[in-house]
Design a binder for this molecule. Structure first.
Ligand SMILES: NC(=O)c1ccc[n+]([C@@H]2O[C@H](COP(=O)([O-])OP(=O)(O)OC[C@H]3O[C@@H](n4cnc5c(N)ncnc54)[C@H](O)[C@@H]3O)[C@@H](O)[C@H]2O)c1
Length: 327
């Protein structure tokens, strides 16, 4: 069964998607990446597998129904893993429309294509990759479980929440086999520099002050990207339709703790020599800024026999290796 797995990976040229694709190819699965190649995918993340016979690529927008339908119908995957999204909260506050287009309308297109092909006896399972941000914000304690209410607070999280609801509705109404995953903050190689961890590394290495929202006490749960993708690979191997999983590492950090860890590792490597207090500047808080996200991932860990293998500190070290060119 495993050698016949064919996966269409939408958004597979981005940060998490490219790491997933590299892992899928290691599993000897056939992969077709469909990606619009927005600014977020800059860096040619898939160059190392360009010539691999298991790998195919189509530059396409998931909002273009006809073209996407044609691509998927020709490839006949047994899975679509959907990573394609506008993914940066700050951008969603400045320009929400692009988020509604790709994250909602694009997901709708994928669902409609799967429905159409199902009627032609081409069966495709969907894994829709979503975020913990759909649940909204937590106080200092408590965890989100899969049944927690959706309370999105940013245009980004609202658009992801809407897409999760569409996936559920298409599964319930039309019998589309789907899994939705809600994962915590990812970090690792190949992430765009606009995101917190690459931004900190880049700023410190270039003697620029790191902008820290408000007092830097907002808490995020951080997972190393390969651990997230190892979980997605397990979902493909043990696919159970109409399931939602929280995927979290348990590594909760304030933004200041993240900055401190990167600062410490760069200083230990003698790549910087400034005092910590000079590394950052407090800036006005993000509009609607969620205080804390944290997931209860018990059901995923139990069902899939999964746990995060990479500690936060080790993951930061690998990420620094990547951004300093030593990986
Ligand atoms: N980064 C995180 O911490 C995190 C955490 C949980 C869930 N997620 C989800 O995981 C997915 C991937 O996130 P990421 O951080 O890799 O994002 P990313 O921004 O790095 O990558 C997104 C990819 O989607 C592509 N894309 C965007 N619009 C498209 C369109 N209309 N058609 C086709 N391709 C398009 C981009 O070119 C890019 O390659 C997203 O759905 C995001 O919501 C991310």
């Amino acid at each position: 069964m495993e050698s016949k797995i064919k996966i269409c990976v939408t958004g597979g040229a981005g940060f998490i998607g490219s790491s997933f694709v590299l892992n899928a190819i290691k599993n000897h699965w056939e992969v077709l990446v469909v990606d619009k190649l927005t600014y977020a995918s800059s860096g040619n993340h898939l160059s190392q597998i360009e010539k691999n016979p298991l790998f195919k690529f189509a530059k396409e927008d998931i909002c273009n129904f006809e073209n996407l339908h044609c691509i998927v119908e020709n490839f006949k995957p047994n899975f679509i893993v959907n990573f394609a999204a506008e993914s940066h909260v700050d951008n969603s506050i400045e320009n929400p429309k692009a988020f509604l287009d790709t994250n909602i309308y694009g997901t709708y297109n994928i669902l409609e294509i799967i429905r159409k092909l199902k009627n032609e006896n081409i069966d495709i399972c969907l894994i829709h990759v979503s975020t913990d941000e759909v649940y909204g914000s937590l106080p200092a304690d408590g965890l989100f479980v899969e049944d927690s209410q959706y309370r999105p607070n940013s245009p980004y999280s609202a658009s992801k929440a809407a897409s999760d609801h569409l996936v559920r509705a298409w599964s319930k109404t039309y019998g589309i086999p789907s899994v939705v995953t809600n994962c915590c903050n990812n970090f690792g190689p190949r992430q765009h520099r606009e995101k917190l961890i690459p931004k900190i590394i880049y700023s410190l290495l270039n003697s620029q002050k790191v902008p820290v929202y408000s007092d830097g006490k907002n808490v995020r749960e951080w997972i190393f990207v390969d651990d997230h993708n190892a979980g997605l690979i397990k979902i493909i191997k043990n696919f159970k339709p109409l399931t939602r999983y929280n995927i979290g590492s348990g590594f909760e950090k304030t933004n200041m703790q993240v900055l401190k860890e990167i600062y410490t590792q760069l200083a230990e490597r003698k790549l910087i020599s400034i005092d910590f207090q000079s590394t950052y500047i407090n800036v006005q808080d993000r509009l609607g800024h969620d205080f804390r996200y944290a997931l209860d991932s018990t059901s995923f860990r139990t069902e899939m026999d999964w746990y995060p293998e990479t500690s936060f500190e080790k993951g930061i070290s690998i990420t620094i290796d990547y951004y300093t060119g030593s990986l």
